[in-house]
Write a protein that binds this ligand. Structure first.
Ligand SMILES: [Cu+2]
Length: 463
């Protein structure tokens, strides 16, 4: 598991931490670059209106400088290297050293000025997804602005009017730039920091990539058949866990920048959808859920009271989205005995392994992998291999987790009598149902009666 480090007290990858320019207000704000994929818990805001910062899963929040009451940020679109999980890196495009780019946090009513420098080999733009803003700041290449040419910087400026959950992404050569990982999160906090206050507020973006084993660059022309489904361009077991102290109110916000929907599912708790792309949902419009589907281009904020201690799975419920790379178009071999064939092939190819005749379980299987790829699943839990990959992580709820502490508390210790156990009694006699299917489709009669019921051909039938 990746260790967590505080953004401003120990991150070795942080370059240029002096955010306020030494040159003066007429200059570009310094571009803060981050190459680490560790979750960086942001400190309280150093100036401006107060707010409760969000925690970006395997990410960080972008520092700003105040310039005559305007919050100035500097985003740099550039090629980046992102580690999806230990053992696999990808050459992506992102912002300020990472993909996704840093989370931008502002407060309702803030005047915001964002300098966007393009260090990509082609033009780009940024669309501020979900923001009410002047049309000319909307970032749609060709429609509302010219593309930002390579080496150039353009400035976006608007008032962050509506509090809520937003994203940023290019509206230029989208198929390529999104497939290459260009995206980021944006949170506009309410002016009143006590409005819908929570104890922990996590954010991440859902992404999808098609990176063949042994390759380092995503295939940008893939339409739907992606092989890596990510939370903030990380796959399990490379995704940090989320933590909460028992009894705390937790918010998780996520945006979907893939090409399909993702039913996001939390174990052990009921949550309510408290926010969408359009802002906060009214309390009377909420109902309890354990899974919420987030459509393409949508955002959701869910909230729950972490009242149930344990290590709770949190994942996309599409089972192929909790798998990592490798082939998905393989025949199903369940029930097919390959023993004889495997013996013959092994004499020619010593490493050959018969696969899947009793299911696909590979959680603890060690196989030689091609260079720069990941096993389909492979996280190690306290009881063995966690047979998951991709969009999967764990929400760790603990009685003794300190407030504001995001460090990993280790595995849950189950109180006596609360762990599933093996039953050692004698197996009962198997009873076949003959009434399955009900009236519309009665089940077949037991096999031993078939012969008995058959009407034998006879030359005298009908007489
Ligand atoms: Cu999914």
């Amino acid at each position: 598991m990746v260790s967590r480090r505080d953004l401003f007290t120990g991150a070795a990858a942080l370059v240029g931490a002096g955010v306020v320019s030494r040159v003066g207000a007429a200059s570009l704000p310094e571009a803060v670059i981050m190459q680490s994929a560790a979750t960086q818990v942001p400190p309280p805001p150093p100036n401006g209106r107060p707010y409760n910062p969000v925690v970006t899963l395997n990410g960080w929040s972008l520092p700003w400088r105040m310039n005559n009451g305007v919050k100035e940020f500097h985003l740099v679109a550039e090629p980046v290297v992102r580690e999806f999980a230990p053992g696999m890196k990808a050459n992506l495009w992102g912002y300020n050293g990472a993909s996704p780019g840093p989370t931008i946090e502002v407060v309702e009513g803030d005047r915001v000025r964002i300098f966007v420098t393009n260090r990509l080999p082609e033009h780009t733009s940024i669309h501020w997804h979900g923001q009410p803003l002047p049309n000319g700041m909307d970032g749609v290449t060709g429609l509302t602005q010219k593309g930002i040419q390579p080496g150039k910087t353009m400035v976006y400026e608007f008032e962050a009017k509506r509090p809520g959950t937003f994203m940023y992404h290019p509206h230029a050569d989208e198929m390529v730039q999104m497939a290459m990982g260009m995206m980021g999160f944006w949170v506009t906090h309410p002016k009143n920091p006590n409005f819908m206050k929570v104890d922990r507020d996590y954010v991440f973006l859902l992404g999808s990539y098609d990176i063949e084993p042994g390759s380092f660059v995503p295939k940008t022309s893939t339409m739907l058949d992606f092989n890596l489904f990510t939370f903030n361009s990380r796959v399990f077991p490379g995704i940090d866990t989320m933590v909460a102290r028992q009894g705390e109110r937790v918010r998780i916000r996520f945006g979907n920048l893939t090409m399909t929907n993702h039913p996001i599912h939390l174990h052990g708790h009921e949550f309510e959808v408290t926010g969408t792309d359009g802002g906060w949902t009214r309390p009377e419009s909420r109902w309890p859920e354990v899974t919420v589907d987030v459509g393409v281009g949508q955002m959701r904020a869910i909230e729950f009271v972490a009242n149930n201690p344990g290590d709770w799975a949190f994942h996309c419920h599409k089972s192929h989205h909790t798998m990592n790379a490798m082939g998905h178009d393989v025949p199903t071999m369940i029930g097919v005995s390959q023993r004889d064939a495997a013996k013959k092939i092994s004499s020619i190819i010593p490493d050959y392994m018969a696969m899947g005749s009793t299911g696909g379980s590979m959680g603890e299987m060690e196989m030689p992998l091609p260079e720069n790829t990941l096993p389909m699943m492979g996280g190690q839990g306290p009881f063995g291999g966690v047979e998951m990959g991709g969009m999967f992580t764990v929400m760790k709820v603990r009685k003794d987790q300190k407030r504001g502490d995001y460090s990993d508390p280790g595995w849950y210790k189950h109180p006596a009598g609360t762990l599933a156990y093996e039953w050692n009694g004698a197996p009962p006699e198997a009873v076949r149902s003959t009434s399955a299917g009900g009236q519309s489709m009665p089940g077949p009669k037991p096999a031993q009666n078939v012969e008995f019921n058959v009407r034998k051909p006879s030359g005298h039938s009908g007489h």
